[in-house]
Design a protein around this ligand. Structure first.
Ligand code: BTN
Length: 245
């Protein structure tokens, strides 16, 4: 892989760990843990991180980009993870904009991107990736919404192979982006693998709930939705729920 990887047996959260050590750690450092005691998801949710079953890792990045440009990093990570999953397992991986990877309509992976800095220049970005690799089962409300690569494929999947491939791809796409300042081939991957394009979606933003049709993934990796009124909006973040999946 050619990157510095720090491996922990147990940690609260790999994102938290990088945040605490951001000052002392080098650019592009990766922290991976076999389990997380306080794995975090988006919007204050938790991320189940039991020992041995999943892949939990975070990357520290210090690109010279603006806050606005940093929104593209989640798309870059989603494209890398989806491609890596499909290459390693043969399972079709779709991207539910902006940060979920689905297999057969259920979530196998999530990405938590955290940015520190000012609008015109960021300090650092932490990209955290969680993948349900060999999770044997899901209970409660997760049962209908989450799955693992093991459950879909019917056999164990190499976590190491998946990690190396996902990280390699991520850095290839990411370096292309920091060089060219465009998404490049990532844009096509986000479009082709989109689980929401052409579908009716519900956009949840805080208390606000709107329904529209996902009509485009823009060159910036944002989601364009068209409402019944004909009005269009480009979303750069916020929670999007997909109907009828
Ligand atoms: C989500 O789907 O809401 C995002 C989930 C992100 C989980 C990963 S696991 C590694 C890293 N450390 C964390 O605490 N969260 C991310």
């Amino acid at each position: 892989l050619g990157k510095k990887v720090e491996v922990h047996q147990s940690i609260d959260s790999t994102n938290n760990h990088l945040k605490r050590n951001a000052r002392d750690y080098p650019d592009e450092m990766i922290v991976l843990s076999e389990e997380q005691k306080k794995g975090r998801g988006r919007l204050g949710r938790s991320w189940d991180s039991p020992k041995g079953a999943g892949l939990f890792f975070s990357m520290l990045l210090r690109p010279r980009i603006t806050m606005e440009e940093s929104f593209k990093i989640t798309g870059i990570a989603a494209a890398a993870v989806a491609e890596a999953i499909e290459e390693v397992t043969g399972l079709p991986a779709r991207i539910k904009w902006p940060n979920d990877i689905l297999v057969q309509g259920k979530k196998v992976s999530g990405i938590l991107t955290e940015v520190s800095g000012e609008p015109d220049g960021i300090n650092y970005i932490i990209v955290g990736i969680g993948i349900n690799v060999n999770t044997p089962n899901f209970t409660g409300e997760l049962k209908d919404r989450a799955t693992s690569l093991y459950l879909e494929k019917g056999e164990k999947v190499s976590r190491k192979e998946l990690f190396v491939r996902a990280a390699n791809k991520f850095f290839r796409f990411y370096h292309g982006f920091t060089r060219e300042k465009t998404l490049g081939e990532v844009h096509g991957i986000l479009e082709n693998r989109s689980a929401v394009l052409g579908k009716e979606v519900i956009i949840l933003r805080g208390e606000e709930k709107k329904q529209g049709k996902a009509v485009e993934i823009t060159k910036e990796g944002f989601l364009k939705v068209r409402y019944e009124s004909g009005e269009e909006e480009v979303l750069s973040s916020g929670e999007v729920s997909v109907r009828g999946l």
